[in-house]
Design a protein around this ligand. Structure first.
Ligand code: GLN
Length: 445
């Protein structure tokens, strides 16, 4: 049924870089066999799932929507894929994204943009726009993406699905193509919080292959969905409201806060005073890490290689000139500059100090609160081609970036509509409090 749905709507939505229909049918037959024997069943056995095209899938192209990796077939599975294959998922395909996860609209894909299923002229958000669109359009029951500064929560918000960024270290990054290693996390997209809990459970937990993955075992997320939020203390950060935000988003967030109050939550106003420096710090730290991570694409070890020369330097330069798109090059230049001698103290070190201040803001807030609530994005889905200024695009993540800088968890859930376009509500939780934000999300539905 999902493959049929893909045949119908994928030509319009273009959520996938690759539809793995043969593999899906093979995995579906294997799932049938598991059901018949009653062996090895998991809640995800036989469930059609889409995977963002930066999670390594053995012998299946993993392109990061970049010319650089257009033909790259990893010789191994990411830890997350090993877990998912063990549960017996049916992988329906790899999803489109902004090149190397840099962007907020999926327009930076080297291949084609993805369209928002709610309005095909609009962007689905990004960078995990393909994963969000696949779930929103019913082409997969769930999907996985990655979130470095908002790339799960922002597209989830624009496509009206649930999207969760786990705590840094909750999910293994082994086999996730690195963008900014101190910020990246893999997380699920789902139609509701209960599904998100199941999808998170399947991938959360320690991993010896990733030294930044927490040794702490994962909680039982489905058991955490008690249906009651009575007595939970939920903070409303007063800084999460910016000038020029559509009135509908402010009102939808207020309405959600009232709903949470009526369900028995204790609502408190909190202050996260360093929020306004989040974007500036992020756009030093993330490009700095990216410039180091992307140094490996030299035409020798991976993917695309310019061979039409006998000069080694020219080969490397042409490989990178032809292989990377404009936004990726912008980040490499920004990052290299910020890390260079003489500028390191002024930019990178300063940004790391700001990062500590943002982390301390959250630590203070979570002394009095179990969770925080805010809009997920400062606007609704924008038209494809509408935002051409990179800085305007960077502002998309104003409410999501602080959580990555602090390493805490967050989820975007459907929170209303403005002129037929979805509005996302963000719930932020302390480190390893995925159980709490999922409980609130589930009760809220
Ligand atoms: N939009 C942000 C960026 O372009 C975040 C991307 C992400 O989370 N991968 O960096």
């Amino acid at each position: 049924a999902h493959l049929e749905r893909i045949r119908q709507v994928e030509p319009k939505v273009k959520a996938f870089t690759l539809v793995t229909d043969e593999l899906a049918l093979k995995q579906a037959r294997e799932a049938d066999r598991r059901f018949a024997s009653g062996e090895n069943l998991s809640p995800l056995t036989g469930i059609p799932i889409a995977i963002k095209d930066l999670i390594c899938t053995k012998d299946i192209t993993t392109t990061c929507s970049s010319r650089m990796l257009a033909n790259f077939k990893p010789p191994f599975d990411a830890t997350v894929m090993q877990h998912l294959n063990a549960t017996g998922i049916v992988m329906v395909g790899k999803t489109n994204m902004d090149e190397f996860a840099m962007g907020s609209s999926t327009e930076h894909s080297a291949f084609f943009p993805t369209h928002n299923p709610w309005d095909l002229e609009r962007a689905p958000g990004g960078s995990s726009g393909g994963s969000a669109a696949a779930v929103a359009a019913g082409m997969a029951m769930g999907a996985y993406g990655s979130d470095t500064g908002g790339s799960i929560r922002q597209p989830a918000s624009l496509c009206n699905v649930v999207g969760l960024k786990p705590t840094y270290g909750r999910v293994s990054r082994f086999g996730l193509v690195a963008f900014a290693s101190s910020l990246d996390q893999i997380g699920p997209f789902a139609r509701n919080a209960r599904d998100a809990a199941i999808l998170l459970q399947a991938i959360a937990g320690p991993d010896a292959s990733d030294s930044t993955c927490s040794p702490q075992p994962a909680q039982d997320y489905s058991a955490a969905l008690t249906g009651s939020i009575k007595g939970l203390r939920i903070g409303v950060p007063k800084e999460y409201r910016i000038e020029g935000m559509p009135e509908e988003i402010v009102q939808a967030t207020q309405a959600s806060v009232e709903l949470l109050r009526s369900m028995g939550a204790e609502i408190k106003e909190v202050s996260l005073p360093h929020t306004k420096y989040g974007i500036a710090a992020y756009y030093i730290i993330a490009p700095a890490e990216a410039s180091a991570n992307l140094a490996r694409y030299d035409g020798v070890k991976y993917g695309y290689s310019y061979r039409d020369t006998t000069d080694m330097w020219e080969a490397m330069e042409k490989t990178r000139e032809n292989g990377f798109g404009a936004e990726v090059k912008r980040r490499i230049m920004l990052g290299t500059f910020a890390l260079s001698a003489g500028y390191y103290d002024a930019y990178y070190k300063q940004a790391e100090k700001v990062r500590s201040l943002i982390t301390q803001d959250f630590e203070r807030a979570f002394k009095d609160c179990d969770a925080l609530v805010s809009p997920a994005t400062p606007g609704v889905a924008f038209k494809l081609g509408e935002i051409s200024d990179p800085y305007q695009m960077y502002l998309q993540d104003v409410f999501t970036i602080p959580a990555n800088l602090a390493g805490i968890c967050g989820v975007s859930i459907p929170g209303g509509f403005s002129n037929g376009l979805p509005i996302g509500l963000q719930l932020l939780g302390n480190a390893f409090a995925e159980d709490i934000i999922l409980r609130i999300a589930d009760t809220f539905e």
